[in-house]
Design a protein around this ligand. Structure first.
Ligand SMILES: Cc1cc2nc3c(=O)[nH]c(=O)nc-3n(C[C@H](O)[C@H](O)[C@H](O)COP(=O)(O)O)c2cc1C
Length: 173
C-alpha cells in the first residue's frame, strides 16, 4: 500500500477546515502524499494508508456529521492508523490549560468508535457574521457578551504545526 494520508474534517464556519489544511501542508512538507477533504466528499478510504479526522465542537461534542463519518467507516478506520483532532473555543481562554483534561472527555465518543494513535486539541475561531441564526448561536452570543469567550480567530498555528509534525512517526510505523 502507498503512504497516502487522508486529512478529513467537519466544519460549519471554516476554522476547522483551515486547521485541516494546515495539517495537510505540514504533512506535504514532510514529503508525504496528502488529500485534505471535507468528510462529506470522502466515499472510499481504500487509497489511504492512514487517516487524520477532525471536527469543530458544538455543545461539547464533535459535529453529528463527523460522528456519522466515523460510524459509516468504522471498520475500515479500525484497520488503519487513525489520528483525531478537535477545534473549540474553550482552548482560546487564557486559563485554557486548566480545562484541557476535562475537555479530553469530549473525545470519548470518538475513542469508543475508533481508537486514535494521537489526539490534537486546538483553539478555533468565532465569527458570528459567518453563523446563521439559531438558538445555540444566540446562547453563544450571550456567553461572549458576559465575557467568557471572545470573538476572533484564536487558532495557534505553531501548536497545529507541532502536532502535525509528530504524526508521520505515529501513523506510518
Ligand atoms: C452553536 C455553537 C456551539 C458551540 N459549542 C462549543 C462548546 O460546547 N465548547 C467549545 O469549546 N466551543 C464551542 N463552540 C465554538 C466552536 O467549536 C468554534 O467556534 C470552532 O472554531 C468552530 O469551528 P468551525 O469554524 O470549523 O465551524 C461552539 C460554537 C457554536 C457556533
Amino acid at each position: 500500500m502507498n503512504n497516502r494520508i487522508l486529512v478529513t474534517y467537519a466544519s460549519r464556519a471554516g476554522s476547522t477546515a483551515g486547521v485541516a489544511e494546515a495539517i495537510g501542508k505540514t504533512l506535504i512538507g514532510k514529503g508525504l502524499q496528502v488529500d485534505v477533504l471535507p468528510m462529506q466528499d470522502v466515499k472510499d478510504l481504500s487509497p489511504y494508508r492512514a487517516v487524520v479526522a477532525g471536527s469543530a465542537i458544538r455543545g461539547q461534542k464533535w459535529l453529528p456529521e463527523a460522528m456519522q463519518f466515523l460510524s459509516d467507516h468504522r471498520s475500515e478506520l479500525s484497520r488503519k492508523p487513525f489520528a483525531a483532532f478537535m477545534v473549540c473555543i474553550t482552548l482560546s481562554m487564557t486559563n485554557a490549560g486548566q480545562y484541557l483534561e476535562g475537555l479530553k472527555s469530549w473525545m470519548s465518543p470518538v475513542r469508543d468508535l475508533v481508537h486514535p494513535v494521537s489526539e490534537g486539541y486546538f483553539a478555533g475561531a468565532l465569527d458570528f457574521s459567518k453563523l446563521p441564526f439559531s438558538l445555540n448561536v444566540l446562547a453563544m452570543r450571550f456567553v461572549v457578551l458576559i465575557g467568557v469567550w471572545k470573538q476572533g480567530d484564536h487558532r495557534d498555528w505553531s501548536a497545529i504545526h507541532a502536532w502535525a509534525e509528530s504524526l508521520p512517526s505515529r501513523l506510518l510505523q
